[in-house]
Design a protein around this ligand. Structure first.
Ligand code: MG
Length: 376
């Protein structure tokens, strides 16, 4: 795969993840809708699952792998910008510490009396990593482990991320008539020993023809918020309905449990199998617009205050491009995540750094001299 293909697949996984997250979250307040498969009303709000996955995708696209220091910084930036997205208590503590300058290894390693977290929070954001490394399972495993370690020092918290990333990689490359059980078999083969792997082995023994509620009775539904109680059912559910995004999410949400996270995981995997055309536009339209992330991304960069072009020696026009901190487009209605900032003259990517100056707006929301491109 070239970088463009990796990027396309990774964003597709993020799309599935964010819709699943937002969809599942609605059933905490309206669980009765699951029985009749009635779509909850707009808007479906996204939660920490999506916010953290955005940082994972950004890290992959900027560093072409998981650089844990960069990822920790992105997690902390987005957490500080909006801490009320449903983060768990442990995550609050870890992300607060990182944002105050505590090294991520210390922050993640100190929790649970030094054992680290075995929660499902690393698994919930791992699908895009499998999309990026779909052609290299060794790299997939290692990068998933690195992505988890930033917040989950316990090996089983990391095992959940590895299993989800591997399943996503298989979903991305499986032939249309391939056996969906390969998701589970490959995940078992690559996941380190521990309770999550044991659950995956159990999932292999549950026929895909079973009712999801029966499967969840054996495998768990995420109620305990730990990896081993969440990931086995999610991978089983993804395998069961690998060819239908809607079926996969309805059957996942019907067992309740940690439903934003289970649906985020399943959505991040199944989207890779069904492709962009298999993700229903109506569901995407129901998901909360991600304009807030455009703002956050841009403002986080702006807060560091200077715009400078990495290639400024070759493209001097980029030197003059900047963003005035006082003119941050608070009201920009941007239904996507800002991905890149470009110079309007030479169209080269601008690296945002410290210091900002002298930019006016050519239209509401868009600073002069700058183009924003977006992940839809
Ligand atoms: Mg959540």
């Amino acid at each position: 795969m070239d970088d463009k293909q990796r990027q396309r697949q990774t964003r597709l996984s993020l799309k599935g993840l964010s819709i699943g997250d937002a969809f599942g979250q609605q059933f905490f307040s309206q669980p009765e809708l699951a029985a009749t498969r009635e779509l909850p009303p707009y808007p479906w709000t996204i939660t920490d699952d999506t916010v953290m996955a955005v940082s994972v995708v950004e890290t992959l696209e900027v560093t072409h792998s998981i650089d844990p220091d960069f990822l920790a910084q992105k997690f902390a930036e987005r957490y500080v910008a909006d801490p009320w997205r449903g983060y768990g208590g442990t995550a609050h503590g870890i992300l607060q510490s990182i944002s105050k300058g505590v090294p991520w290894r210390t922050a993640a390693g100190d929790v649970f009396d030094g054992a680290g977290s075995m929660g499902n929070g690393a698994a919930m954001r791992a699908g895009p990593i499998g999309a990026w490394f779909a052609d290299d399972l060794v790299a997939c495993v290692e990068n998933a482990r690195q992505s988890a370690a930033v917040t989950h020092a316990h090996p089983d918290g990391q095992a959940g991320a590895i299993a989800v990333a591997v399943a996503a990689a298989i979903a991305s490359t499986l032939e249309p008539n391939g056996d969906p059980r390969l998701l589970l078999e490959t995940a078992v083969a690559h996941t380190p020993d521990g309770p999550t792997r044991e659950g995956l082995r159990q999932a292999l023994d549950v026929p895909l023809s079973f009712d999801p509620r029966s499967a969840a009775n054996v495998l768990g539904n995420g109620d305990r918020i730990i990896s081993s109680d969440t990931v086995p059912f999610c991978l089983w559910s993804a395998a069961k309905s690998l060819r239908s995004f809607e079926d996969a999410l309805w059957q996942t949400v019907c067992v309740m449990g940690d439903r934003d996270t289970t649906c985020a995981i399943v959505g991040s995997i199944v989207a890779l199998s069904v492709g962009n055309t298999g993700v229903p536009q109506l569901w995407l339209d129901h998901r909360e617009p991600l304009n807030c992330w455009a703002y956050l991304h841009l403002s986080a960069a702006i807060s560091r205050c200077r715009v400078k072009a990495a290639w400024s020696r070759r493209r001097p026009c980029c030197r003059r491009v900047g963003v005035d901190r006082g003119s941050v487009p608070f009201a920009v209605d941007w239904h996507a995540i800002v991905e890149r900032v470009y110079c309007s003259r030479c169209r080269r990517h601008i690296r945002l750094m410290d210091g900002v100056h002298d930019v006016r707006f050519i239209s509401p929301g868009l600073p002069r001299g700058i183009f924003l491109t977006a992940i839809s």
